[in-house]
Design a binder for this molecule. Sequence first.
Ligand code: PLP
Length: 364
Amino acid sequence: MTAIPFTRGVPSSDMLPVADLEQAAVTALREDGARALAYSPGGYMPLREWIGERHRVDPARVLLVNGSLQGVAFLAQHLFLGRGGVAITEDPTYDRTLISLRTFGAEVVAVPVTPAGVDVDALERTLAQRPARMLYLIPTFQNPSGVSLPEQGRRRVVELARRHEVLVVEDDPYGLLRFEGEPAPTLHELDGGDNVVYSCSFTKTVAPGIRTGYLLLPEQMAGAMARLSENTLIAPNTFAEAALAAYCRAGKFEPNVERATATLKQRRDAMEAALREHFPAGARWTTPEGGYFYWVDLPEQIDTAELLPQAAERGVPYISGKEFSPRGRSSLRLAFSAVAPEQISEGVARLGALFSEALTPAGV
Ligand SMILES: Cc1ncc(COP(=O)(O)O)c(C=O)c1O
């Protein structure tokens, strides 16, 4: 039986711009070889400049990291190591960030996500009760829920964070991958960037293996974070950044985002149709307007972690909601990013059959 994995959110191999990156690597070495192969604390400057131009931010405030997860880990280390404190996250949220926050000593307090993004009223109550050092949010095409916070909610979040003096970390690796609907301003844009750290990545828009992400830092944090980075790794992967800079300067980034978005939309459409056709009555989800993921809530008789071995036997592994939330027992995350549309239909049909069987009492 063919394996159809719905597990990790990565682009499929046919989405990777291999030839253009090969060309860009050659250009980087030919035109700026000495700098591309030197240590570059804080990251390769031409890429920091390109990013700074896009976001209208001084390149001194752009910290390049080896994937955006490293940026989040640096922030967790900076804010929590040796002194603890509270980090507020969404519930559910990205599992690897949870691991990183806890590793560096944060106590995680989670606020529910609704079909329209984080529950801002609940966030307001939590902020009033639990003084926190960090508010970690993925406001656009959230991992794992796929939902987005509308503009009005974003404005409230920015205002609440300022009032409660909590630093917002806005993780936004999916925002450019929009299939429909109007984009809302980022928290970083609404805030002006003094109280919001913006974290982004080229993993979902170009390639995970390029291992390049970045933080846009408030001016008063930029020096400390640059030192933390330099003390940890001297410099991030300058060669990869130089290749990426040549790729972006050659005008390849935007067309690639467009191509990836078109491919992902087909996959999202295939998953929507297949879920409607094959998932049992009582299954609920919010259709994502972009990004990589569906989050599905199943009837409460189902324990999605318990069914994983059977799903793996049928070649359709997924991630149980428990990895992302204590409330995720009957939920699952399905990544549609790495699977072709025909396979999505087949895989969702297999999963639908598994869940329907689990809901049918034995012998009936
Ligand atoms: C919300 C979120 N943040 C960060 C990352 C990590 O990405 P990177 O490859 O840039 O480290 C991911 C990857 O799945 C993600 O979904």
